[in-house]
Design a protein around this ligand. Structure first.
Ligand code: 3H9
Length: 701
């Protein structure tokens, strides 16, 4: 038996205990150990029933994701679960923490399942581009019905134990010591004469509903909602097989479909996204003993959209927050905005009235900096103007207690200059939230030249507390996300001058998988915002570089996007549906003519390469400059802040999968034709020449 799996006997009960930190993933050694333990228990004449528990924070969190893409090593998880289900002595799985994927599938292979009330169960495989491939698509519908099984499998979202109880997925909720609860339950089974009960032999869940209609409806929905995704339709096909085939045949069909998913490029990209997100929390040069500071009282300066959104983030996380505005009137407006935002959630049913009141009570409006004397952390979210930032940081430096973390939400100004307004630059860090701050998961944590390890570690801990995906970035214009976006947006604009319409560019990028096209995004955020950035860029960038002009023409005509009812698109009052702006065609013609460009038809692939390779080329520069720690951090930023499709893995992973040699060849062509914006990044040239990838590169290599 493997040392990760222990078998003990307690009277006539065999107790199998698994301990494979951190999440009891079902790697090869665990599978082997489980198989042997069940076989030994079955063979032992003293044993009448088997109890399976996990140590540590959770029951099995699934198959070992690191093994995907590597040659399989026996025994496979389906084999192990078949053996568990086939055992001729009743077995009880005791669930705590999160029984996910293969973990829930193991539990479904056991004959009975009991769970701690705070446990959760789910089949999140779809999020990794997979389907539950160890019997989940066959056994779950037999217990919970096709509708519930499809809901869980297609969403990947775990459900609480109480809900699992309602749907027959678990048999009882328990408290206290897990092993003792399992043994007590097994003894009761024996006393009551309840024996082996194989999930695969049950049919209750499959009866009494129009399964064909349920399946057809979910199929239509998936085709409409997630047209680019590979695994959801295969999840449905596997569940459909459960409705008409005996278990063994259904399992064989599930296996075929699972292997199709396992070998798909989307699986590779989604697994990359999973590990990339976890990797982002690691800071290469952080001394292991660094302890984050306590941050139990926060403050936000500025009650605009961003400031209020940030205050809501703290309140949502249960952290008391002081919201500072300069005048009583502005403060009342800010607090009103906070109330209105919560009221919308209450109306939608995603927040209870009581929770809204609890959260609002955590937000205290103040107008005097003196009220910030005792806070642990301040996030400044005032106007993007260095003189205004100076005033704020000088005042914070004067009033805040020693050790308070002074954070700026600047999206473009130099953090080191801001830090220099204080006598404690080591306590200054950037916390760049994305709008709407209370919704978007991304948080760029900007590490200034003097930010201390302790403050950086604290900023990352705050990100976790606020349930954000925090990524460390260095100081430069636009940090990682917006610096790359500038290149992408500019190339999209150049495409308009070459002959495309906003509709064509947006459609090509949506077909690629982007959540929104660049012009729809610009209309949403307001063209005046981009104008300020463009002006600044023109001042600081080399004079020989050409700039596109369509956005300036729209701004000059007062067409600023949704807020004025017209921008790249036209909008009817009260609607966000983009319609054609009838005045745009003439502007496009004029812009092309001015540059002597003859407008032509552009194909989708050209549109995608022109915009995405601009992201990639800039990403390579960012990586080489050390502004991002690793290429997967750039991917995390784009996946969580810019609507990049997770199943493409992020821009850098996408470039790796296209092949850096291919990317470089296009970049060189564009450089020749379109000028110096396209100068290939030296790192791209180096890695392409060496046949390497961004993912495989580390600084100093
Ligand atoms: C599956 O089961 C397929 C089957 O149907 C069919 C097979 C034939 N494997 O997230 P955390 C690592 S597909 C390997 O920070 P938390 C993770 O990388 C699988 N490693 O903790 C991290 O490592 P490090 C279906 C895993 O407390 C560490 O554990 N299951 C796995 O915030 C801590 O993770 C899933 O998709 C794994 N399965 O959240 C569940 N899981 O410290 C995936 C985690 O080196 N896991 N690690 O960076 C999760 O959702 C969360 O990890 C969990 C804990 C909720 C469990």
């Amino acid at each position: 038996m493997s040392e990760l799996v222990r078998l003990q006997t307690r009277g006539d009960i065999a107790l199998i205990t698994v301990n494979n930190p951190p999440v009891n993933a079902l790697g090869q050694a665990v599978r082997q150990g489980l198989l042997q333990a069940f076989q030994a228990a079955e063979a032992d004449p003293q044993v009448a029933a088997v109890v399976l528990v996990c140590e540590g924070s959770t029951f099995f969190a699934g198959a070992d994701i690191k093994e995907f893409g590597k040659p399989p090593v026996a025994p496979s998880l389906p084999e192990v679960i078949d053996a568990i289900e086939g055992c001729n002595k009743p077995s009880v799985a005791v669930i705590h923490g999160t029984a996910l994927g293969g973990g829930l599938e193991v539990a479904l292979g056991c004959h009975y399942r009991i769970a701690r009330a705070d446990a959760k169960v789910g089949l999140p495989e779809v999020k990794l581009g997979l389907l539950p491939g160890a019997g989940g698509t066959q056994r779950l519908p037999r217990l919970a019905g096709v509708a519930k099984a499809l809901e869980m499998i297609l969403s990947g979202a775990p459900i609480p134990a109480s809900e699992a109880l309602e749907h027959g997925i678990v048999d009882e909720l328990v408290e206290g010591d897990l092993a003792e609860a399992g043994i007590a339950y097994a003894r009761r089974l024996l006393q009551e004469g309840r024996g082996v009960r194989r999930t695969g032999e049950q049919r209750a869940g499959l009866e009494g509903a129009d399964n064909a209609a349920l399946i057809a409806a979910r199929h239509a929905e998936v085709v409409k909602r997630t047209p680019g995704l590979f695994s959801p339709l295969r999840c449905i096909a596997a569940v459909e097989a459960a409705t008409r085939l005996p278990l063994a045949e259904g399992l064989a069909r599930e296996r075929e479909l699972f292997l199709e998913c396992l070998n798909s490029p989307q699986r590779a990209a989604l697994v990359h996204s999973f590990f990339a997100e976890r990797q982002a929390s690691k800071i290469a040069d952080m001394p292991a003993e660094t302890q984050p500071r306590e941050t139990s009282q926060a403050a936000v300066i500025g009650g605009g959209t961003m400031g209020v959104g940030i205050a809501l983030c703290f309140a949502n996380a249960g952290v008391p927050v002081k919201l500072l505005e300069v005048s009583g009137e502005a403060l009342q407006r800010a607090l009103q905005r906070a109330r209105e935002t919560y009221a919308v959630s209450v109306k939608r049913g995603s927040l209870s009235e009581a929770d809204m009141q609890r959260r609002l009570a955590l937000i205290e409006g103040v107008t005097d900096y003196a009220a910030l004397a005792d806070v642990d952390l301040v996030v400044e979210a005032v106007f993007e103007d260095m003189a205004v930032k100076q005033q704020v940081f000088e005042r914070l430096d004067a009033v805040c207690k020693p050790g308070a973390i002074l954070a700026s939400n600047t999206s473009s100004l130099n953090l080191d200059e801001i830090a220099a307004f204080t006598r404690r630059p080591e306590d200054v860090v950037g916390l760049h939230f994305f709008s709407p701050a209370n919704v978007m998961r991304l948080l760029e944590v900007v590490r200034g030249g003097q930010t201390s390890h302790e403050v950086l570690a604290s900023a990352m801990a705050i990100g976790r507390k606020l349930k954000k995906v925090a990524v460390v970035v260095g100081v430069c214009d636009g940090f990682v996300g917006n610096r790359m976006l500038f290149q992408y947006g500019r190339e999209a604009e150049f495409l308009l001058e070459e002959g495309a319409t906003p509709q064509q560019v947006d459609a090509a990028l949506r077909n690629f998988g982007m959540a929104m096209g660049p012009f729809a995004v610009r209309d949403l955020s307001g063209l005046d915002i981009g104008q300020a950035i463009r002006r600044r860029q023109r001042e600081i960038l080399p004079k020989h570089l050409e700039f596109p002009t369509v956005a300036d023409r729209l701004c000059a005509a007062g067409m600023l996007g949704q807020k004025t009812g017209v921008g790249y698109y036209r909008y009817e009052a009260g609607s966000r549906t983009p319609l054609e702006n009838p005045e745009l065609a003439a502007m496009l013609e004029a812009a092309s003519q001015e540059k002597g460009i003859e407008r032509r038809e552009l194909d989708e692939q050209y549109i995608v390469e022109r915009t995405l390779y601009a992201l990639v080329n800039e990403g390579a520069k960012i990586l080489e400059e050390g502004i991002a720690q690793r290429s997967s951090d750039i991917d995390v930023i784009y996946l969580n802040g810019y609507g990049f499709p997770a199943w493409r893995g992020g821009p850098m992973f996408y470039a790796d999968s296209v092949g850096l040699g291919n990317v470089l060849a296009r970049v060189k062509e564009l450089h020749e034709r379109c000028g110096d914006w396209w100068k290939p990044a030296p790192l791209l040239e180096k890695l392409a020449a060496e046949g390497r990838t961004f993912s495989g590169w580390q600084r100093g290599q």
